[in-house]
Ligand binder design. Sequence first.
Ligand code: 13P
Length: 125
Amino acid sequence: MKTIALIAHDRKKQEMLKFAQDHSEILMQYSLVATATTGRILNENTQLKVQPYLSGPMGGDLQIGARIAAQEIDLVIFLRDPLMAQPHEPDITALLRVCDVHNIPVATNEGCAHLLLKALAQMNG
Ligand SMILES: O=C(CO)COP(=O)(O)O
């Protein structure tokens, strides 16, 4: 089963929750992973089953990055906050870099996330 990573910064978490609710029929066909707080919000407020890693500031982006490097993640939806500096900015840069190294599609805003998820669903038939 293909795997999607879902990650959202704090001021994007409500947007991620609404995105997941709106796209739950597609998302439930995939294995889902997330950073800790994003995953907890999705597990508590949707029917989706999301495997949580550590919180982003505690290394969760790097854990997911390692799975991307191992070719175990097929799509990354990372709703970043473009208006607030993050203490773990180097980890975020590393995650995005490893997506480019391994040619893994990554959406950093909801508009792109919608398009990529639809495309992935169509590719799967
Ligand atoms: O900081 C994050 C991504 O960089 C997200 O982590 P949380 O989902 O634990 O808030």
